[in-house]
Design a protein around this ligand. Structure first.
Ligand code: SAH
Length: 389
């Protein structure tokens, strides 16, 4: 009871009682003397023990709960990591060798992402508290997965607020570079060091598999293609053609390689280094399936209005120009643009384009990116399969 603790304001303990991981600075009545980034007990205004959090006094998300009972927090952390890995092991067979093993708060492991690419682990640490726990966490990860190498990709702007430098580098094992992985039996080259995210957009795995079934005989546009994931699945599903469009030359280079790796070297696999906004304005859009998977247009709440304008513009142009009928598989990965708002944007675009648009399916992030029911911020990817005629 006498252990120095974070004391919350009266009435500000509800989120933590509901197992939300974050403690905002405004909820905190008092902090003891402590070394920044360390683990402290958390108590309500009445002194009731609520669990333990690692704490950074300089951040608006001041604390992240590691445990919600009186068990040793590192024991809970280890168990959450092991359980997260066990869940993936139960889902994936040898036909998929790239997946997210630890999805931060989604798996009860705040501040840590760990992705597996074959026998390489790539981790991403976003907070000071997790950075201090890194030796412990690496040990648990190494024991549970026995990787050949562990590489860190922690160049996250949010680390600045945590007082952490950007960091990228090998943490353990052999030097890494590119590695080949399988996703549902298809082959992909992943550049672990010089890629976006940790290598692949693993969160779209199920939606790429869906495209394999949707694409048969269709002319496919894969806009914001990155390294060609949707294109490879479309061609594997018998697409008549697949056009990959991305602004990154490097990504398009890898998209071409990934198509070739799977035997798609024909003229029906086409690649365009271009801004999608220009591409859709300047091309006729004779496609039967259009995939739109842009980056997060709204990275902060204040960017929601311009983001929605961007989403609306793209959809209006696509709706106007595609033949009747056309399937459009569209996504938003901006947390701040929720499903309802995204749908309103699609409504506006359909209305301005004067096209009939029907929602056939709704889609979300893959199941190795679980949403913690107590922590809704882990729910970010939403998509619709639309029938435009
Ligand atoms: N669908 C992909 C992931 C897309 S990530 C997959 O399954 O792997 C978003 C991509 O959009 C990135 O590759 C980024 O380079 C690209 N991008 C961002 N802005 C763009 C723009 N204005 N025009 C074209 N591509 C863009």
């Amino acid at each position: 009871m006498n252990e120095p603790a974070v004391i919350l304001h009266k009435g500000k303990d509800k989120a933590v009682r509901n197992r939300h991981h974050w403690i905002f600075s405004g909820a905190v009545r008092s902090l003891p003397e402590f070394e920044n980034g360390g683990i402290l007990p958390v108590r309500s205004a009445d002194g009731e023990f609520l669990g333990r959090a690692y704490v950074n006094r300089d951040c608006s998300i001041l604390g992240r709960m590691l445990s919600f009972d009186d068990r040793p927090p590192l024991e809970v952390l280890e168990e959450n990591i092991e359980r997260a890995i066990a869940m993936r092991t139960s889902f994936f067979d040898a036909s998929t060798t790239a997946c997210r093993l630890i999805n931060g708060e989604g798996d009860g492991v705040p501040g840590l992402i760990a992705d597996r690419y074959g026998d390489i682990l790539v981790i991403q640490v976003s907070t000071l508290g997790m950075d201090r726990l890194k030796p412990f966490v690496l040990n648990v990860l190494a024991k549970a997965t026995r990787p050949r190498s562990i590489y860190e990709r922690s160049s996250l702007p949010s680390r600045r607020g945590e007082g952490l430098p950007m960091f990228e580098g090998l943490l353990a094992g052999d030097p890494v570079g590119t590695v080949e992985v399988l996703e549902n039996g298809l082959r992909f080259r992943v550049d672990v060091i010089q890629s976006q995210k940790t290598g692949l957009y693993l969160d779209q795995r199920e939606n790429r598999r869906l495209v394999r079934w949707l694409a048969a005989g269709r002319r496919v546009l894969n806009a914001f293609s990155y390294t060609g994931g949707f294109s490879v699945f479309a061609l594997a599903g018998g697409a008549a053609s697949a056009d990959s469009v991305d602004i990154s030359e490097r990504a398009i280079g890898l998209a071409r390689e990934n198509c070739a790796l799977n035997g798609f070297t024909g003229e029906n696999a086409r690649f365009h280094v271009a801004d999608v906004f220009d591409f859709i304005r300047n091309h006729p859009l004779d496609y039967d399936l259009v995939i739109l998977d842009p980056p997060a247009f709204a990275k902060k709440k204040s960017e929601v209005v311009p983001a929605c304008r961007g989403y609306k513009d793209i959809h209006r142009i696509v709706f106007q120009k595609v033949p009747r009928p056309c399937l459009v598989l569209t996504f938003s990965c901006s947390f701040f643009v929720d499903e309802t708002l995204f749908r309103q944007v699609l409504f506006q675009a359909a209305s301005e384009a004067a096209r009939n648009v029907r929602i056939l399916q709704r889609h979300h992030q893959a199941y190795d990116h679980p949403v913690n029911i107590f922590h809704p911020e882990t729910d970010y990817l939403k998509g619709f399969l639309l029938y435009v005629d």
